[in-house]
Ligand binder design. Structure first.
Ligand SMILES: Nc1ncnc2c1ncn2[C@@H]1O[C@H](COP(=O)(O)OP(=O)(O)OP(=O)(O)O)[C@@H](O)[C@H]1O
Ligand SMILES: C[C@@](O)(CCOP(=O)(O)O)CC(=O)O
Length: 202
């Protein structure tokens, strides 16, 4: 069970190769490990999927062809588990987090957002990372039927009024400006936690 209530939960989503990991890594580095913990919903999914299928979990966590080879089957496997229990991977992802700020880097479905909105109604901020298809293709994305036209990639395309939208087409200055705004919000919401860490000299 989670031992501490978070001060703030950033719920990131975005298309494949939009830069979710890149942006959340930047935020994690800016906030530091004492204040912030980055979580994925796909991590616990991949661990259980790999165990059940006898596959290499570490390679499923990677960015190479091995993960892409099993992506469609992982999606189907994950959706069958979510139909039984929509919050299953959300609960697993937050089960041992003790930091005040949680960055969930890979929300994909309305059920993901709804679980966090229900469990933590005051703490959630939804963030959409956007990149053009041209930019995504330059980063190695290729349209894959059964993946890019499935809920896994399209589940949050409509019906969400995101709190923040980050445009991430490679303009470092534009991204920095957008991140400064988001980081200001984070710091405003976590002043007491940051003071406590500072006082403890952590
Ligand atoms: N602003 C940026 N500047 C330079 N490189 C970037 C930028 N954004 C993303 N990248 C690079 O593009 C590639 C894809 O980014 P990333 O892995 O963060 O995408 P993602 O949305 O997490 O993709 P997936 O959903 O497939 O995991 C990575 O190699 C990353 O380093
Ligand atoms: C199966 C799945 O978790 C794979 C995600 O892999 P990644 O976040 O692109 O590394 C996507 C999904 O849950 O639909």
């Amino acid at each position: 069970m989670t031992t501490l209530q978070p001060k703030l939960i950033l719920l990131f989503s975005g298309k494949r190769k939009s830069g979710k990991d890149y942006v959340t890594d930047l935020i994690q580095k800016r906030l530091g490990p004492d204040l912030c913990r980055t979580l994925t919903l796909s991590g616990p999914l991949k661990e259980r999927y790999a165990h059940e299928r006898g596959l290499d979990y570490e390679q499923l966590l990677g960015a190479g062809p091995y993960k892409e080879e099993y992506r469609a089957d992982m999606i189907r496997w994950g959706e069958s588990r979510r139909q039984q229990d929509p919050g299953v991977f959300c609960r697993l992802a937050v089960s041992a987090v003790t930091r005040p700020v949680w960055v969930v880097s890979d929300c994909r479905r309305m059920s993901d957002l709804q679980w966090f909105w229900t469990e933590y109604p005051q703490q959630c901020v939804s963030v959409r990372v956007e990149a053009s298809e041209r930019t995504r293709a330059l980063r190695g994305w290729r349209f894959t039927a059964g993946v890019d036209d499935a809920e896994s990639e399209c589940g949050l395309d409509q019906g969400v009024d995101f709190d923040w939208i980050l445009t991430n087409n490679g303009d470092a200055n534009l991204l920095d400006q957008q991140l400064e705004g988001l980081l200001s919000l984070i710091k405003a919401k976590t002043q007491d936690s940051r003071d406590g860490i500072h006082q403890r000299g952590e």
